[in-house]
Design a protein around this ligand. Structure first.
Ligand SMILES: NC(=O)c1ccc[n+]([C@@H]2O[C@H](COP(=O)([O-])OP(=O)(O)OC[C@H]3O[C@@H](n4cnc5c(N)ncnc54)[C@H](OP(=O)(O)O)[C@@H]3O)[C@@H](O)[C@H]2O)c1
Length: 298
């Protein structure tokens, strides 16, 4: 990863943020990093809607729940319509899994990691972006969308078999989701002037994300997550670093920027040329269409 030295933002303590009145949606806010960020945002006064499958925070002030299975494009489309994009200040996309050792397919015929970790986000962004900010009054910054993944690490993805039907490797599929998410930031920043789009790379953090790959509750999963827990910051520590970034005034005018685990700006992956991004997104849209969902190009 290469630092982007042209973008520096003024750090502030998360505990001092006053976020009363801030309207936020965290898709994937029911678990892991999205949940830690949601807790912190709500504790500072923001109104947060978390989208996921299992609500773990009933009774927490400031957090509301929308239940959806985002492995299905039809449900992603419903979430996009249900969320009040017109009045939201901040959207954070953290939904994700890791591809399983053997190929899994959703009821709509899509490879499951591609569906949950990338294509559902494409449907959400295209469904919400044109409406973002339409009914906000006198807001100091444009509405923001943060897309969490693994940007800036040189992944370009490989075209031709995005649904992994000809051959399957969990790692190759997951790298297509990584590349797709970075391209979604780059493309959306160019496509929509009414909102700002940013990429987040949290680095390795102990969560549930690898359970599908390593086996939920398996010895291997518990050992690897234990090691990551020893070596890496916790989800809560990451949330303390990144939450001030989400609302920093210094990001205004920098749509398309990406940030590493410390919140420092990083450069996008060099291989993501305009032609490649266009081709990858066209193939992604075609894959979503197989689930009978059409994503808007506007
Ligand atoms: N942790 C890391 O080491 C790491 C490293 C690099 C990148 N990332 C990225 O960080 C983001 C967050 O990951 P995490 O570590 O926080 O993972 P996590 O703990 O597994 O959380 C993932 C979230 O996605 C939701 N989710 C999963 N399947 C879903 C489905 N079918 N429908 C709706 N929601 C679903 C989960 O909700 P439910 O539990 O309610 O299903 C949960 O809220 C991901 O984009 C990941 O790629 C993480």
């Amino acid at each position: 990863m290469k630092r982007d030295k042209n973008l520096v933002w003024r750090r502030v303590d998360a505990a001092g943020l006053d976020l009363k009145g801030l309207k936020v949606a965290v898709v994937g806010g029911t678990g892991g990093l999205g949940r830690a960020i949601s807790h912190l945002l709500a504790s500072r006064g923001a109104s947060v809607t978390v989208v996921g499958q299992t609500f773990r925070d009933s009774g927490v002030p400031g957090i509301e729940f929308l239940q959806e299975d985002l492995s299905l494009m039809s449900e992603a489309q419903r979430v996009a319509a249900a969320l009040p994009a017109e009045t939201l200040d901040l959207v954070v996309l953290t939904t994700g899994i890791f591809a399983a050792p053997t190929r899994q397919e959703t009821a709509e015929g899509l490879e499951r990691d591609m569906a949950v970790s990338y294509l559902s986000r494409l449907v959400l962004v295209r469904g919400m972006a044109p409406r973002l900010g339409k009914h906000r009054s006198a807001a100091p910054m444009k509405p923001r969308v943060f897309i969490m993944g693994y940007p800036g690490t040189g992944q370009a993805g490989s075209l031709g078999d995005l649904n992994a039907e000809k051959s399957y490797s969990g790692m190759a599929v997951h790298m297509n989701t990584v590349a797709g998410n970075e391209m979604l930031v780059i493309d959306s920043a160019k496509r929509y002037a009414n909102a700002s789009f940013f990429g987040l790379n949290p680095g390795l953090i102990k969560t549930n994300i690898r359970s599908n790959f390593l086996g939920e509750g398996s010895l291997r999963f518990r050992f690897i997550e234990w090691m990551i827990g020893l070596l890496a910051p916790s989800a809560e520590t990451y949330a303390e670093t990144v939450t001030p970034l989400l609302v920093s005034p210094d990001l205004e005018g920098h749509s398309g920027a990406m940030f590493d685990k410390k919140g420092d700006a990083i450069l996008p992956s060099a291989k993501l040329t305009d032609d490649h991004v266009r081709a990858f997104l066209a193939d992604s849209e075609a894959l979503v269409a197989r689930a009978n969902v059409r994503v808007s190009n506007h």
